[in-house]
Ligand binder design. Structure first.
Ligand code: PHE
Length: 415
């Protein structure tokens, strides 16, 4: 049974049908990885801040971008979705994909959740860094907590056209151009959109070149994308050691967001990127769980000072211990008031019980018994520790516990 309240950061929040934050997530809320000196994510955050501090200086010689890296990850549904124009029925809002505190609050699914409030407070240029939370499958590249950096830059007419030879406008006056196209939003001029697009892409390619390309030129390509909060939108892919990686999403912020936040005479760009993804490419880290390791073999490799923010090291896996795969099969419960089965519930439960000893969970078989109409799922759970060889007894005990809890909490019948 669910407790009537859940304690997060020392505060009690009432629970309801939406509450789905488990103990393993709760335990990690205050780890604060990006603020741990010498942690690889901390190195990366410092590099990104340095890039913006060095290259963007205002008239008074101060940094143009202000940095917010201390917001608590609990945000309202309004901040995470509505303020960013995410449709009410958008899949990203689902309980399957987010960690809800209750029906009104959740652990932010992206740092973009703070954009509206920061614009409303009058800022024109800012960066936010923070931990974000998404329910997901389990493998070397996915973890339910990761970290993001978001950036926003607003322009007014003077700022945008400061280098223009003749008079130009942000807002379209010609009625025949008052329409949304693949290149622009309805009310903005094509000129304004093109200049903002250029500034955005230029900023981000320079950032990527600074972070990844200390000694060589990085190949990049822009790919069209869609987000509820930007139009047009793009993703940036980079080539690194022969592989292409998608490293960020960005676009021109929807005008409605600016208007709602009291910045109606402006046009703005926005971007968001995943810090683990960048750090894994940069430092050659192949398993996302290591960011949470408290093992000295991991942390000691990053114990260096980097005053110029250009140092790149290659991470050597501490040691590779053998994986231990075991399968689990069960009949799903018939959908009812109490149980509606979805795989993410099972992944969460496995994480809750197995913690970081679980490397991967994959659905390997899914069939329906034609006679009884019952569905059976078989998952392969790969147990592996980052720090030692697991004994069979240890793994079996864990596996038994997962079976018991799955039967109890999800209503499945172990086969
Ligand atoms: N919030 C988006 C994500 O998490 C990234 C993004 C931010 C895209 C800002 C466009 C603008 O994937």
């Amino acid at each position: 049974q669910k407790a009537p309240t859940i304690n997060l950061f020392g505060k009690e929040y009432p629970t309801d049908d939406w509450t789905n934050i488990n103990k393993s997530i709760q335990d990690k809320l205050e780890r604060n990885l990006i603020h741990q000196k010498y942690h690889p994510l901390n190195h990366l955050v410092n590099k990104i801040k340095h890039f913006f501090y060095k290259n963007y200086i205002n008239r008074n010689g101060n940094p143009l971008f202000s940095v917010y890296d201390n917001f608590r990850p609990i945000v309202s549904v309004e901040e995470n979705f509505d303020s960013l124009l995410t449709p009410k029925d958008h899949v990203s809002r689902s309980k399957k994909d987010c960690f809800y505190v209750n029906k009104d609050y959740l652990l932010r699914a992206h740092t973009t959740a703070h954009d509206n409030e920061l614009i409303r407070s009058g800022l024109n240029c800012f960066l936010t860094f923070g931990d974000v939370y998404r329910r997901d499958e389990i493998d070397a590249k996915h973890y339910p907590i990761f970290h993001q950096c978001d950036g926003v830059r607003l322009f007014d007419k003077n700022e945008l056209f400061r280098n223009a030879a003749n008079e130009m406008d942000i807002f379209e006056k010609d009625p025949s151009n008052l329409k949304r196209t693949s290149e622009k939003q309805k009310n903005y001029t094509l000129d304004a959109c093109k200049i903002v697009e250029y500034d955005l892409k230029n900023t981000l390619t320079n950032l990527v070149q600074f972070i990844f390309g200390t000694s060589s030129k990085i190949n990049m390509k822009w790919v069209d994308a869609t987000f509820p909060f930007t139009h047009p939108s793009w993703e940036l892919e980079i080539e690194y050691k022969g592989n292409w990686y998608e490293v960020l999403g960005c676009g021109i912020l929807e005008q409605e967001i600016l208007t709602n936040a009291g910045a109606e005479n402006h046009i703005a760009w926005a971007f968001g990127l995943g810090l683990e993804r960048w750090a894994m490419i940069l430092y050659d880290i192949s398993d996302i769980r290591v960011f949470w390791s408290t093992d000295n073999g991991f942390l000691s490799q990053f114990k260096f000072d980097d005053p110029t923010h250009t140092k790149i090291i290659k991470y050597k896996p501490v040691s590779v211990y053998p994986p231990c795969p075991i399968d689990i099969s069960f009949w799903l419960p018939e959908p009812s008031e109490t149980f509606t089965y979805n795989s993410n519930d099972f992944y969460d439960l496995v994480r809750d019980v197995g913690g970081d000893l679980v490397e991967q969970v994959t659905l390997i078989d899914n069939f329906e018994n034609k006679k009884t109409k019952k569905t059976s799922h078989c998952y392969r759970i790969v147990y592996r520790s980052m720090d030692k060889t697991l004994s069979l007894a240890e793994v079996n005990q864990l596996h038994k516990l997962i079976q018991t809890k799955a039967a109890e909490q999800l209503g499945v019948k172990i086969r």
